[in-house]
Design a protein around this ligand. Structure first.
Ligand SMILES: [Zn+2]
Length: 714
């Protein structure tokens, strides 16, 4: 039974994320040698896996608005973080003791992988081819501390068996406790590996490690601590140990053969609606987005010396691209500063003294433009130019800087697909939505593959037909199309939307790739504005929360759809990357790490048991196993994400709301390392993610059906 609850919190200030993994005992451990030397030009931007020197280094990064791609993890006792950074920033970090271990993705990789995927799809078309909880809790007091084995799971994938364990010591305040896990297989082989202390927001959570390769199935595990604590021996359990029904013969899948831009997605939605008229409605969501648009802007002067930033009030495409601005010397003494606009030229005539020398400052010029041309232009003094003499300059042409030529420059209507035989609210509803974050290119591939599987098989597979009889499915393939267009055409690491709320010097076009609101920090429950951790008031931060809760069209659309269809009881928010499966609570307050209310025991059981089924379905495709350490509440397994959508859906609308982070790390047997796949991997990997996670969404539909059937029979 679903408990509806309304939850509110008072506004306070927000504090930093502080997720920590430390193991002082091995702080001097040398990093494993990288397979290839890692080099990055000073101005090149890339997604890099970096082994940080210590917790303080991570805290500094977070404080300065670093773009963390996933949760920092332990590796040889050190903190491992995936960061979007420039070569210069990487050099700074390296000088401070950090080590780059993997270039996950370079800036140019996204467009190359996109172009490769389109070329391959065209070649295939030309050739007439289609694309390819908790375990045992056992304690034993022997030494000074007591150890509890909270999780011990094993699984086999790609012929390799793995073991993962999570152990808590009662010596929670002692940062020097070292815990070692010893294991034994059925044939008597033994071995051991260290666990690392995991702290979050300054509080001890447990000791754990990444999944460890095993020669065969482990049958016994014991943990020992440096304080003398020994756990009881436990038998590791099979993870996820839930196998969905095999796909029936003739089951149709694989409808994705290239990365899809928002324009492509629009066309796909239209085609599905035409092809499966009896099973599909297209819903235009109520809030049009800003569109792929920006204000036109130019530097008046030389930003390296002294300049004013002049931008149009309207967007560049609204007749403002190409408008000129100049600062001129009147050539006569004792003239006042004047501003005039004629024939698409903004002319600033500088003031002169008795000797005829120009005397206006940058501040005078910006103020004069704002005072006299406020309906057309906004001016700010370039950061570093305040108080300097304004030079004679220009003409400079204002431009919005957007590179995309095939994107309509107008407000965008975000669309949802509604799939089902009975689309009247009488059946339990499931909502799948993706690409809140623009750069997560694989995520709409997941939701569109899922939608088309349901539709195509409805005609040929009785089980699919039955699901569509019993469930009402809603799919928003791209929540943030403007940001996605920018990611495809201008800056592939764009995460946020395209709305620029910055004021003053932060509007300098040098910050153009840092503008926008993080759509998944703009919701109303456990938000930055309520005092929760994991969002920012800095308009240039990767997790900028916006000007207010639901200030953005994109977040408003998700909630409007859920509210308009109260039969929706299950939701999946699809992100990338890292391989996570999560549910509420998704945020906590920094002071005391107080999370949003925990689900009841019954609801927690439903979340975990359903997660095991869905993780099992994902694994069916190519053996990808989402780790037990990355399956659980967001606040526990990833980080606090203030104001995320799943929390609003769950706490305010009573929807069982999950999150996927598709794109699991891949095991490299040659190096013995787990490797990150990034936001825009080579298309083969993105294709694999779309296939496996679409299978997970089909299992979510079965979970919803089963839950509705149980509720109906009481
Ligand atoms: Zn995301």
């Amino acid at each position: 039974m679903i408990v509806r609850r309304r939850w509110t919190a008072a506004a306070t200030t927000a504090i930093l994320i502080s997720a920590a993994l430390s193991h002082p005992g091995s702080a001097a451990a040398a990093p494993a040698p990288a397979a290839t030397p890692i080099t990055l030009a000073a101005t090149e931007t890339a997604l890099v896996r970096v082994q940080l020197r210590d917790q303080a280094q991570l805290d500094r990064l977070v404080a300065t608005g670093a773009d963390l791609a996933n949760r920092p993890r332990a590796r040889d006792g050190r903190i491992l973080a995936d960061l979007v950074l420039t070569g210069a920033q990487l050099a700074d970090l390296t000088a401070q003791g950090a080590t780059a271990t993997q270039i996950v993705q370079r800036a140019g990789d996204g467009s190359r992988h996109f172009a490769d995927s389109v070329r391959a799809a065209q070649a295939r078309t030309a050739a007439g081819l289609r694309a390819p909880g908790t375990g045992q809790r056992t304690t034993a007091a022997v030494g000074v501390d007591t150890l509890a084995v909270q999780q011990a799971y094993w699984w086999t994938t790609g012929g390799q068996t793995f073991l993962q364990a999570q152990v808590a010591t009662t010596a929670t305040d002692d940062p020097d406790v070292e815990i070692t896990v010893s294991w034994r297989t059925a044939d008597g082989t033994t071995g051991s590996f260290p666990l690392y202390r995991f702290e979050d927001s300054g509080e001890y959570q447990y000791h754990y490690n990444l999944p460890q390769p095993m020669p065969s199935r482990p049958v016994q595990l014991t943990a020992t601590s440096s304080l003398g604590g020994v756990s009881r021996a436990v038998t590791p359990a099979l993870w996820p140990n839930a196998t969905p029904p095999p796909l029936p013969a003739g089951y149709q899948k694989d409808f994705i053969d290239a990365y899809l831009t928002p324009v492509d997605i629009q066309a796909r939605i239209k085609r599905l609606a035409r092809q499966y008229r009896d099973l599909v409605d297209v819903i235009d969501l109520p809030n049009k987005t800003q569109g792929y648009r920006r204000n036109a802007v130019a530097y008046l002067g030389d930003p390296a010396v002294s300049a004013v930033v002049v931008e149009s009030v309207r967007f560049g495409d609204q007749g403002m691209n190409g408008v000129q601005v100049r600062a001129v010397d009147p050539g006569r003494p004792n003239r006042p500063l004047t501003v005039g606009y004629r024939d698409r030229v903004l002319t600033v005539t500088l003031a002169t003294d008795a000797a005829g020398k120009t005397v206006s400052t940058t501040d005078d010029v910006a103020a004069a433009i704002n005072a006299r041309q406020a309906n057309r232009f906004r001016a700010t003094v370039e950061d570093g130019s305040t108080g300097l003499p304004m030079p004679v300059a220009g003409p400079a042409r204002l431009d919005d800087g957007l590179q995309g030529t095939e994107v309509p420059a107008k407000p965008w209507t975000v669309q949802a697909l509604r799939l089902g035989v009975h689309r009247d609210g009488s059946r339990v509803g499931v909502l799948a939505y993706s690409q809140e974050h623009a750069r997560e290119w694989a995520t709409p591939l997941v939701t569109l593959e899922f939608a088309e599987r349901m539709l195509a098989n409805a005609r040929t597979d009785p089980a699919t037909r039955q699901l569509l009889e019993q469930v009402d499915i809603f799919v928003i393939p791209t929540v943030n199309p403007d940001g996605a267009n920018y990611s495809f055409n201008d800056y592939n690491f764009q995460r946020k939307n395209l709305v620029n709320h910055c004021t003053g010097p932060a509007r300098d076009p040098r910050y153009r790739t840092s503008w926008g609101v993080d759509v998944n920090r703009n919701y109303t429950v456990g938000s930055y504005f309520d005092g929760y951790v994991g969002a920012s008031a800095n308009c240039l931060s990767g997790s900028y929360a916006g000007t207010a809760e639901l200030s953005e069209a994109e977040s408003g659309n998700v909630i409007a759809l859920a509210k308009a269809h109260p039969n929706i009881k299950f939701a999946m928010n699809v992100h990338s990357y890292g391989g996570y499966f999560m549910w509420p609570p998704g945020a906590y307050r920094a002071d005391g790490r107080i999370t949003l209310p925990r689900p009841s025991i019954d609801e927690s059981t439903l979340f975990l048991n359903s997660a095991r089924r869905i993780v099992g379905a994902i694994a069916q495709e190519r053996g990808t196993v989402t780790w037990p350490s990355q399956t659980g509440p967001v606040a526990d397994v990833l980080y606090s994400a203030a104001g995320n959508s799943a929390d609003q859906l769950y706490y305010e609308l009573g929807i069982f709301a999950w999150d996927f982070e598709v794109g699991n790390d891949r095991w490299n047997p040659a190096t013995g390392e787990w490797e990150g796949v990034g936001f825009q991997p080579p298309f083969d990997e993105a294709h694999g993610e779309s296939q496996e996670y679409a299978g997970g969404l089909v299992e979510l539909v079965r979970v919803a059906r089963d839950h509705a059937a149980e509720a109906a029979t009481g």
